[in-house]
Design a protein around this ligand. Structure first.
Ligand code: GDP
Ligand code: MG
Length: 427
């Protein structure tokens, strides 16, 4: 059984915690795109963890975790993340962590390039892309330029060191154009030795491993980073990530383009949040934003940046569900709306007086005005609810309304950050 777990919105929907919960039934969890710009927060009996590169399955002893070829891996960050988890008592061995030989390495100069360009944009236009500044866009650009290093090259350092001077000569043309010091060959050689060497024992052909696992009847989960609206093709370009965050890409990015997904679970937030720049039609401001941000603890897990917030957006969510081909939804953070007497929903947009129901092209989005509808809130604590029957009728009505407006089954509802704070609506 192959299942993908993907974000329906702008990211930070609570994918990490849902993967942590649902991975109980899975043997393998794969990350298939993105890099350490991800920030998945998981809270369970072992503690509170923020995962940037490692799949959330790493917190379960019997789950095998895969970093797929669609990923970009900052090897220094990965070494540090592994150490942080090991220090917290998490076991990481080549048996439970497999890194694709085809995954791309994010280099320090990619991070530098990311920062240089965001700074240039800020100065030149006052409108940076809102990058996480972890080098993601530059490293994916190099992948498509065929100038990037792949994890498998770490297994053959002699060849890698031979390629390095020319790659740096090419990269330094850019670095110098921004007015920065060129990147030195010996520094990068040292970097590969320090952070590449310790990872070599985990590097393998994850395609072979995953095909064998599938044949043996194992349950495989693909864990996405970010949401549909941050997809490089389908999202709010250029305020997106630089990779494919959608479910259809999961088999490709994990290493098994020959396999088909059996199930796509979409993680959708009970309200909206968006970190960084870009159009966010349903955005709240002032006091309204402050209340929702504080209730939801909406500060970036990877960066600590305050997230922009707003009510549930039907137009964007329906589009996200379509992009993800979601068969079922996990609705997260419903408890964040506990203190509201009335809850707003953005049901559609208006553009020059015209009703917009389909998520439009990015440029058009800027002109769209949100239309809010109010529904009755439950205005009580639902964090202890564990069964559908425990939920107040207004909360149930809210769930049913979103289900109807989005035309997708809501199977799970989470009411707290802890692993067990979740309701299966079909049990
Ligand atoms: P991800 O990037 O999609 O994995 O999501 P993040 O971890 O960046 O953001 C989700 C945040 O909400 C984390 O701090 C979680 O601990 C927290 N969280 C997840 N589910 C719930 C929930 O049902 N209720 C509340 N109150 N917090 C939640
Ligand atoms: Mg996150």
């Amino acid at each position: 059984m192959l299942t993908s777990i993907c974000g329906i919105n702008w990211g930070d929907e609570g994918k990490g915690r849902m993967v942590d919960l649902l991975s109980e039934k899975f043997d393998v969890v794969c990350r298939y795109q993105g890099g350490n710009n991800a920030g998945h927060t998981v809270i369970n009996e072992k503690g509170r963890f923020i995962l940037n590169l490692l799949p959330s399955g790493i917190l379960r002893e019997d789950v095998v975790n895969v970093l797929g070829c669609g990923m970009v891996i900052d090897i220094k960050h990965l070494c540090e993340e592994m150490k942080r988890l090991r220090d917290a008592g998490i076991k990481i061995t080549p048996e439970n962590l497999k890194i694709s030989d085809k995954a791309i390495i994010t280099m320090p100069y990619h991070v530098l390039q990311d920062v240089m360009e965001e700074e240039r944009l800020t100065k030149a236009t006052g409108k940076p892309y809102g990058s996480t500044r972890r080098g993601i866009a530059p490293v994916y650009a190099d992948k498509y330029m065929k100038k990037a290093f792949r994890m498998g090259e770490l297994l053959n350092p002699e060849l890698l060191f031979k390629r390095l001077p020319d790659i740096l000569a090419w990269k330094n043309m850019t670095v110098k154009a921004y007015g920065f010091e060129p990147v030195a060959v010996d520094k990068m050689t040292e970097y590969f030795k320090t952070y590449g060497e310790p990872l070599t024992e985990y590097i393998t052909d994850t395609g072979i491993y995953l095909n064998e696992a599938e044949k043996a009847g194992k349950n495989i989960m693909f864990e996405a980073q970010l949401g549909a609206l941050r997809d490089i093709d389908y999202g709010i370009v250029p305020y997106t990530s630089s990779s494919s965050t959608i479910a259809a890409y999961a088999p490709i990015g994990a290493g098994v383009p020959n396999l088909k997904l059996d199930n796509s679970v979409g993680i959708m937030k009970a309200y909206s949040s968006c970190v960084g720049e870009g159009p966010f039609t349903c955005e709240y401001f002032g006091e309204q934003a402050h209340k929702l941000r504080e209730s939801g603890g909406e500060y970036g897990a990877a960066t600590g940046r305050p997230r922009r917030v707003g009510p549930f957006d039907v137009v964007a969510s329906r589009y996200g569900i379509r992009c993800q081909g979601a068969d079922e939804i996990a609705l997260t953070k419903l408890d964040v709306l506990d203190s509201y007497e009335e809850i707003e929903i953005c049901t559609h947009y208006l553009l020059n007086g015209k009703v917009i129901n389909e998520f439009p092209f990015t440029d058009v989005l800027d002109e769209c005005k949100p239309v809010f509808e109010k529904v009755k809130g439950w205005n009580c604590d639902i964090t202890k609810c564990r069964k559908k029957e425990d939920l107040p009728k207004e909360a149930l009505a809210y769930i049913r309304l979103l289900e109807k407006l989005c035309d997708c089954k809501i199977k799970y509802v989470s009411v707290g950050a802890e692993r067990e704070a979740c309701i299966n609506m079909y049990e």
